[in-house]
Design a protein around this ligand. Structure first.
Ligand code: GCU
Length: 604
C-alpha cells in the first residue's frame, strides 16, 4: 500500500482489536520508533485536541495525546520543529467527500469512491484505516462521507443504512476522526410527510426523531452538512422561509446530542440570463446571508466557499467571511483540483490558502473544510504530489501561521528519500506550480475560460452565453466586468481597506485586475506593458514553464511507481499548457487584432 508522507511508518496492524481509542493508537505508533520505557502518555480529558510535550511525557486530551504523538513522529522522521505545547486553531478540521453511493465521486480525480459502490457501503478496512491515519497525522478530525448533492440511496444514511454508518464510525474512532453526513433538506418528503417546511411542527418532530435515531447508532457523529437552495437542491425558499429558519430547524434537532449543523452558503442564481448584466454572481452569498447575521443558532456553522464565485485559480477573499459578526463560520476550500488541473497538472495550494488567511481574521472562523481530493487510486490522490495539498491543509488548519514552504518541504522530507538538491528543486517547482498554472489559463483573475462541465482545458466562451453567471464579456476593445460601485457594486461588500486595495485599476493588484475591472486591451499596467501584451506574455511564459517543469521532474529520482505517474502527468500538463496558450492567445488576438510585441506565434 502506498504510504505517502507516512512512508517511513510501518503499515498498521491487520488486527486492530487492541486499538479502540486514540491513546491506544498513539502508544502503538510511538512504540514502533521508541522503546516503551522512553515515553509516557497522560490523558487530561479537558485538554481536548491540545497537548504538551515535556521530556518523555505527552500530556493531552483523549485526542490530544494522539496529535502529540504524531507531532513527535513528524519531528523524528522529517525534522519538523517540536512544539512544547500545541492546540489547534479550529475545533473542526473537516474533509468533505463528494462521494455518491453508486461509487462515483463528483469532481473526483483519484478514482472511484473509497466508501461506496453499487448503492452500498463497500470498502477495504485497511485502506480506510490508512485514510484515518493520514487525517490524524495532520490533525484533521471530521470526515463527511457523502456528496453535498445527496442522491439516492444516500438519504438512507439516516435510516436503513445506519448500521453501516455506525460500523464506519467505529473504524475511524481510534483516529480521532468523527463522521458527518450530508443531508437533503427535503428528506421529510421521502418519509411520507406532505411538506418539508421548517416552521411546520410535524417536520420539526420528524427531524428531532431522526436525529435521535441517528445518535443512538452513532453517538459521536459530528453533525449534518447541508447544501440547500443551491444548484437545484431543495431548501427553505420553497416554503418562503429564510436560510436561518432552515438551518435552525436542523440545528435544534441535533442540539440535544451535541451535533453541529454545517450549512453551505453556495447560493446563487444558476439560471441567469447572460443578457442581464444587472446580476453579478459573486455578490450572491453576501446578499443572501449577511442580512441574517445574528439569526442562526449557536450550533449552526455557515460554510462559506472561497472564492466568492467558486474555486477558481485566483479570486479575492469572500466578503461574506469578513462581514458576519454574530455567526459561526467555516471557510470552505477545494482540495479536488476541479478548476486547477484535476490532479494531472501540478498545483500546490498552500500559497493560495495563506492568501485567504492573510485577508481574514483567522480567529473569526470556527472551522475549516476542504472538498476531498481522495479516491480509490493506489496512491489515494491520483497525482502523487497532490498528497502534499491534503497534508498542508491539515497542518495549516491546525496552525494558520505556519508557512506554505514549511508544509511543503516537510511533506517532501517525509515522503521521499531525496538528496538536498533534488529536495530543493522539487520544493521550488511545487511552490511555483500555482503561478505556472495561473499564467497559462484564464488571465488576471478573470477565471472561467474552462471547458464547460468537465472543467479541464480551455474554452474561452464555453460559459459565456450560458446560465451560470460566469461571464467575461470580452469585446474587440475591452474585457472584464466593472465590479466597483460604478459597476455591479460587488466591491462595496468589502470593508474599507479592501475596497481601497481594489478600487482603482491603476493600483489594484495585477493578478486580480480583471476580477474587479473592465479594461481596454491597451490599458497600461504598472510595469508599463499593455494589458494585451501581459496576457500574451503570461501565456507564453506559463507554457514554457510547464515544459521546464516536466524536465525538472524527470531529473528527480522519484521511486516507482510514483515516477511513472508523475512523468505521465507532467507530459499531459505540458500539452494542456500549450493548448491553453494557443487558444487564449488566439481568442484575444482575434478580438483585439493587436499583435504580440515580440512577434511570437499566435495562430490566426
Ligand atoms: C461546483 C461544482 C459542482 C458542485 C458545486 C458545489 O459548482 O462544479 O460539481 O456540486 O460546486 O460546491 O456544490
Amino acid at each position: 500500500m502506498n504510504q505517502n508522507w507516512l512512508s517511513k511508518f510501518p503499515p498498521l496492524p491487520e488486527d486492530f482489536s487492541g486499538i479502540g481509542q486514540p491513546i491506544d493508537l498513539a502508544r502503538w505508533e510511538l512504540s514502533r520508533f521508541l522503546p516503551e520505557s522512553a515515553f509516557s502518555l497522560k490523558v487530561e480529558p479537558e485538554m481536548g485536541d491540545a497537548f504538551l510535550l515535556s521530556g518523555s511525557t505527552i500530556t493531552g486530551g483523549e485526542t490530544g495525546v494522539l496529535y502529540g504523538a504524531y507531532a513527535l513522529l513528524r519531528h523524528l522522521q522529517g525534522g519538523a520543529p517540536l512544539p512544547a505545547s500545541s492546540r489547534p486553531r479550529y475545533p473542526l478540521r473537516m474533509i468533505n467527500c463528494w462521494d455518491n453511493m453508486d461509487g462515483s465521486v463528483e469532481r473526483g480525480y483519484a478514482g472511484r469512491s473509497l466508501f461506496f459502490e453499487g448503492g452500498q457501503f463497500v470498502y477495504h478496512p485497511a485502506r480506510l484505516r490508512h485514510l484515518g491515519r493520514m487525517m490524524a497525522s495532520v490533525g484533521l478530525n471530521v470526515l463527511c462521507i457523502n456528496n453535498v448533492n445527496v442522491h439516492e440511496p444516500a438519504q438512507g444514511l439516516l435510516d436503513e443504512l445506519l448500521p453501516d454508518l455506525s460500523a464506519l464510525a467505529d473504524l475511524f474512532r481510534p483516529f480521532g476522526v468523527r463522521l458527518m453526513v450530508s443531508v437533503d433538506f427535503s428528506m421529510p418528503l421521502r418519509a411520507g410527510l406532505a411538506t418539508a417546511d421548517p416552521l411546520d411542527g410535524r417536520v420539526q418532530t420528524w427531524w428531532a426523531q431522526t436525529a435521535a435515531r441517528v445518535y443512538r447508532e452513532v453517538p459521536d457523529l459530528a453533525g449534518f452538512l447541508v447544501k440547500a437552495d443551491s444548484e437545484g437542491r431543495p431548501g427553505p425558499f420553497t416554503y418562503g422561509r429564510s436560510h436561518a429558519e432552515g438551518a435552525n430547524l436542523l440545528a435544534r434537532a441535533l442540539k440535544p446530542f451535541g451535533g453541529v449543523l454545517v450549512w453551505r452558503c453556495f447560493v446563487y442564481n444558476c439560471r441567469q440570463d447572460w443578457r442581464d448584466a444587472s446580476v453579478d454572481r459573486p455578490k450572491a452569498a453576501f446578499d443572501t446571508y449577511q442580512p441574517l447575521d445574528g439569526q442562526f443558532d449557536e450550533n449552526v456553522i455557515l460554510q462559506i466557499k472561497n472564492g466568492p464565485f467558486d474555486f477558481q485559480v485566483r479570486e479575492p477573499v469572500s466578503p461574506l467571511l469578513l462581514s458576519m459578526e454574530k455567526t459561526n463560520m467555516a471557510l470552505e476550500v477545494q482540495l479536488a483540483q476541479e478548476y486547477t488541473g484535476q490532479q494531472i497538472d501540478l498545483y500546490t495550494m498552500a500559497p493560495l490558502w495563506k492568501e485567504i488567511f492573510a485577508d481574514l481574521e483567522p480567529d473569526r472562523l470556527s472551522a475549516v473544510a476542504a472538498v476531498s481530493n481522495l479516491g480509490r487510486d493506489d496512491n489515494f490522490f491520483g497525482h502523487p504530489l497532490a498528497a502534499a495539498n491534503f497534508f498542508a491543509f491539515g497542518l495549516l488548519t491546525w496552525n494558520p501561521e505556519i508557512s506554505p514552504e514549511e508544509t511543503v518541504s516537510l511533506w517532501i522530507a517525509l515522503t521521499y528519500d531525496l538528496d538536498a538538491s533534488s529536495r530543493q528543486t522539487l520544493l521550488r517547482w511545487m511552490m511555483n506550480s500555482r503561478r505556472i498554472y495561473e499564467k497559462y489559463t484564464a488571465p488576471l483573475g478573470l477565471g472561467w475560460m474552462i471547458t464547460p462541465h468537465s472543467h479541464y482545458g480551455p474554452n474561452p466562451s464555453g460559459y459565456e452565453y450560458d446560465l451560470w453567471g460566469t461571464y467575461h464579456r470580452a469585446s474587440h476593445t475591452a474585457v472584464g466586468i466593472d465590479r466597483t460601485a460604478a459597476g455591479t457594486g460587488y466591491l462595496t461588500q468589502y470593508p474599507p481597506e479592501l475596497q481601497a486595495r481594489y478600487q482603482n485599476a491603476s493600483s489594484c493588484p495585477d493578478l486580480l485586475l480583471l476580477f474587479f475591472h473592465r479594461l481596454p486591451y491597451d490599458f497600461v499596467m504598472k510595469d508599463g506593458r499593455t494589458l494585451i501584451q501581459r496576457i500574451y506574455d503570461d501565456h507564453f511564459e506559463g507554457a514554457a514553464e510547464a515544459a521546464e517543469l516536466e524536465k525538472a521532474l524527470a531529473a528527480i529520482p522519484f521511486p516507482e511507481p510514483d515516477r511513472t505517474v508523475i512523468l505521465e502527468r507532467a507530459e499531459k500538463q505540458r500539452l494542456n499548457a500549450e493548448n491553453w496558450r494557443d487558444v487564449i492567445n488566439t481568442f484575444f488576438h482575434r478580438l483585439s487584432d493587436l499583435p504580440d510585441a515580440r512577434g511570437r506565434t499566435i495562430y490566426p
